[in-house]
Write a protein that binds this ligand. Structure first.
Ligand SMILES: *[C@@H]1O[C@H](CO)[C@@H](O)[C@H](O)[C@H]1NC(C)=O
Ligand SMILES: *[C@@H]1O[C@H](CO)[C@@H](O)[C@H](O)[C@H]1NC(C)=O
Ligand SMILES: *[C@@H]1O[C@H](CO)[C@@H](O)[C@H](O)[C@H]1NC(C)=O
Ligand SMILES: *[C@@H]1O[C@H](CO)[C@@H](O)[C@H](O)[C@H]1NC(C)=O
Length: 365
């Protein structure tokens, strides 16, 4: 109950400020973005319009408020003031994935972990999710719009000051989780060499393969049926999971049962479109993106590594690399013991160190 009350509090006030120690501060902010993209008329088009004829597409031209939590180290401990990490959560999560907003789970905060190592970040809520604008019609929330909003935020970070005293950043490093990695990949497909992202760190996202191991759409449920009190009158195209335990390792001693409980309290919505398009997009080749890319997956990921396909890192790397022919560099890292949500189990510090290592490596290029 207490966790639940805290969660509601954060959402009611929409703004909070917390200090993860003397050297780091965070603030909640909203960035209005102009999204002007083509989406498939059929919201169940698994290729998100990328294979559609013009007559099967429609234009979405709108301005959305994208909510994010910006964390920055003190000037003194700031590693490289010109680089920022843009953190993009996965399906049915929010920006809180990168920083669970309760004391007990403070050490599961990648925003805090990286900030303490001198790296600023902005963790955004997807369009339709958390405190960002939720379009009335769920068919407006597809990869082109969700990813388009993220791309606009990246451009904003490079061209404008997001807070008084914070100059525009020179480099934006995208760090995604699961379908959030999918959104960054979608942008890399669409924006190619013009991408505002200087490097990509894609966690919990490897090609689902010919067998398409993503569970069927029926595994998620319309949010309004799941939690009527909270989502009773939203479009049934907004869906959620009844239970997200599949995102944790199968071994119940690998994570805190209280984290799974907290996970249930903080779940959010996503759309049926985003669900089916996640599978479709995982088969695409990113022809023109030229920045460095790393994919990071947990060996105990029950969604992606169930058939032990993550055991042979060389083979996995070979099969993933072909999808990024122009990337400046490409590698795959397997985190031993981590689940699909590497940030939320007992091993979290391992992946966090890996992410920071790649951010530092990519920042210096
Ligand atoms: C696109 O249009 C062409 C020619 O009109 C047609 O043959 C093709 O099937 C269409 N493709 C899709 C995906 O609808
Ligand atoms: C949602 O938008 C689509 C495309 O404009 C439209 O076909 C559909 O009828 C809309 N649904 C609702 C419930 O308004
Ligand atoms: C969630 O699903 C798992 C596996 O199916 C099950 O063991 C667990 O009891 C479920 N938890 C809740 C709260 O329903
Ligand atoms: C967080 O700290 C607690 C208590 O020190 C520890 O049991 C837990 O493993 C830590 N979690 C992570 C993700 O490091």
């Amino acid at each position: 109950m207490l966790l639940c009350a805290l969660f509601v509090l954060f959402h009611l006030f929409g703004e909070f400020y917390s200090v993860f120690g003397a050297s780091c501060g965070c603030s909640s902010l909203v960035i209005p973005v102009h999204v002007d993209v083509l989406v498939p008329k059929d919201p169940m088009d698994e290729f998100a319009g990328l294979k559609s004829n013009a007559s099967d597409l429609r234009r979405v031209d709108d301005i959305y408020d994208i909510h994010g939590v910006f964390c920055r180290p003190d000037r003194g401990s700031l590693q490289n003031p010109s680089v920022i990490q843009l953190l993009v959560h996965g399906f049915s999560y929010t920006s809180q994935y990168w920083s669970p907003p309760v004391e007990e789970f403070r050490n599961y905060s990648y925003a805090a972990f990286s900030c303490a190592r001198g790296l600023p970040s902005l963790a955004v809520d997807w369009l339709g999710v958390g405190l960002s604008t939720r379009p009335v019609n769920a068919s407006d929330v597809q990869y082109p719009t969700v990813a388009g909003a993220v791309s606009q935020v990246a451009i904003h970070l490079k061209t404008a000051s997001i807070l008084p005293g914070v100059p525009p950043f020179r480099k934006v490093i995208g760090i995604g989780h699961s379908a959030g990695s999918g959104a960054l990949t979608f942008n890399a497909i669409v924006d190619g060499a013009r991408s505002p992202f200087d490097a990509l760190i894609l966690t919990g996202d490897i090609n689902l393969g010919a067998g398409n191991m993503l569970p069927p759409l029926s595994i998620v449920t319309p949010a309004r049926d799941d939690t009527p009190l909270r989502w009773g009158n939203i479009d049934p195209g907004y869906v959620t999971w009844r239970n997200r335990s599949i995102f944790y390792p199968a071994d119940p001693t690998a994570f805190s049962p209280r984290m799974l409980e907290f996970d249930g309290f903080t779940k959010d919505v996503a759309t049926a479109s985003m669900f089916v398009q996640t599978a479709g997009l995982s088969t695409f080749t990113v022809q023109q993106y030229t920045g460095p890319v790393v994919k990071i997956v947990g060996s105990e990921d029950q969604v992606l590594c169930a058939t032990d396909r993550c055991g042979d890192v060389a083979a996995l790397t070979a099969s993933e690399r072909v999808r990024w022919p122009k990337a400046r560099s490409f590698e795959v890292a397997v985190e031993q013991g981590s689940g699909h949500d590497p940030n939320l189990d007992f091993k979290a510090q391992g992946p966090f160190n890996t992410f920071v290592g790649f951010v530092n490596q990519f920042s210096s290029l």
